[in-house]
Write a protein that binds this ligand. Sequence first.
Ligand SMILES: [Cu+2]
Length: 118
Amino acid sequence: MAGVLGMVLSGTLALADDMGGGMGDMNGMSNMSSGMGSSSSSPAVGHGKGVVKSLDTKAGTVTITHGPIKEFGWKGMTMAFSVKHRSFLSSLKKGEQVQFDVIQDNNGPVITKIEERP
Ligand SMILES: [Cu+2]
């Protein structure tokens, strides 16, 4: 009887070793998914529509009352945006209806494209 028990136990140990190998594979997968996470945090482009409230040519910003920007999960609000090129500001007028592309860099949101809404 004792001999049979011993065989069952060693069989159980072998199974545990297989599971250990499986865990190693899972660690490899979690490394992969964290790599995917960092690539998805690279600048995504949001698309907004709004009205120009004010322009600050010295600071290089435009204040826009904008609707929801779903790419970033933003609700509608009034806020100042930096612009990628200051020349964007000279083509804008207070009260103008605009649509724009915005990215988020380390200093905050930056408008990369803006045009009058048709
Ligand atoms: Cu906003």
